[in-house]
Design a protein around this ligand. Structure first.
Ligand SMILES: Nc1ncnc2c1ncn2[C@@H]1O[C@H](COP(=O)(O)OP(=O)(O)OP(=O)(O)O)[C@@H](O)[C@H]1O
Length: 298
């Protein structure tokens, strides 16, 4: 289990921003074995800084990072898979060689590194690019190689900074399947993303970070329950002013009026709607992760 608690990080000021920046302000969360954790937040919220601290690229001013109940060590990190925001590949090296090379760097035997490389090339549809230099690949294919490099040594923990950005829908599915398999094998997976539908679809739990703090976390269902549903009523050809005095907002779409509200007596609203016109829809709708996110960071 990965446990992050009370992380704080301030970047010193420079000529452009003399006052400096409090990037992390006490962020904390836990990711359990076999859990896929979606790390979301606005630009500059502190996701990459948190991941860099976990991976030892940056040092925190305060707070703790522990792995399996003990303070995380350099040796632990060697067994993790990390995809940094600043992608780091050898541009002149061939894709296949590169993946194998990183496997060897993590202590794999040549045979195992070769086998794992072949498997990943196939899974990420890179087999026919095996002998291409990284610099000659499209950005999406470079991204796939970067992912293969993070996955090749069968890591105990995966930390991926926006792994899905720039991938086409087929590659998104291929990567999602690989990550789900690793997760099912007990590996905790953390990835950051601005693609909230994807996070909603894939993740067991989600953490929403804002200004260096965790402002909401839990399973998507827990976040939905905390947010509460919205009543949505669609009335065709209603009498004018039918919704006067009712809570919520009415959106007029041609001859349909759509009332959305989280307050009020639903039965009273239903009676009013039936009296006013033809009720086409009446129901409570759960918020999407995008709506929960906007509310949490507002
Ligand atoms: N090396 C640095 N020096 C100074 N400020 C930094 C540095 N790295 C990050 N910051 C600042 O810290 C804050 C958090 O940045 P971070 O990259 O962690 O955000 P993020 O959530 O990953 O954003 P994004 O979604 O845009 O990638 C931002 O205000 C950023 O400008």
């Amino acid at each position: 289990m990965l446990e992050i608690s009370g992380l704080r990080k301030r970047f010193a000021g420079g000529p452009g921003a003399p006052e400096g920046k409090q990037a992390l302000d006490g962020i904390g969360f836990t990711v359990r074995p076999g859990e896929m954790f979606g790390f979301v937040g606005a630009n500059g919220a502190g996701k990459s800084t948190t991941m860099r601290i976990v991976m030892g690229v940056l040092k925190a001013d305060a707070g703790t990072v522990s792995w399996r109940g003990e303070p995380m060590t350099h040796a632990d990190r060697q067994r993790f898979g990390y995809m940094p925001e600043e992608r780091g590949l050898y541009q002149k090296m061939r894709a296949g060689e590169q993946i194998e090379y990183f496997g060897r760097l993590h202590g794999m035997s040549q045979a195992n590194a070769k086998k794992a490389t072949e498997d990943l090339l196939e899974r990420l549809s890179l087999t026919d690019r095996r002998n291409s230099s990284v610099e000659s690949l499209s950005l999406g294919n470079q991204q796939r190689v970067q992912l293969a490099v993070a996955l090749v040594h069968d890591p105990e923990l995966l930390i991926l900074d926006e792994p899905f950005s720039g991938l086409d829908p087929i590659a998104v599915d291929a990567l999602a399947t690989v990550l789900q398999e690793r997760c099912r094998g007990g590996v905790p997976v953390i990835f950051s993303s601005h693609q909230l539908e994807l996070v909603e679809r894939l993740c067991d739990s989600v953490g929403i970070v804002s200004a260096g703090r965790m402002v909401a976390s839990g399973t998507v269902d827990e976040l939905r329950a905390a947010e509460g549903g919205m009543l949505r009523v669609v009335v065709r050809d209603p009498a004018p002013g039918w919704a006067d005095g009712l809570p919520g907002q009415v959106d007029v779409q041609g001859n349909r009026h759509v009332l959305v509200t989280e307050d009020g007596d639903d039965q009273d609203i239903l009676r009013r709607a039936i009296k006013a016109g033809h009720v086409e829809h009446f129901g409570v709708e759960q918020p999407t992760l995008t709506e929960i996110f906007k509310e949490a960071v507002a």
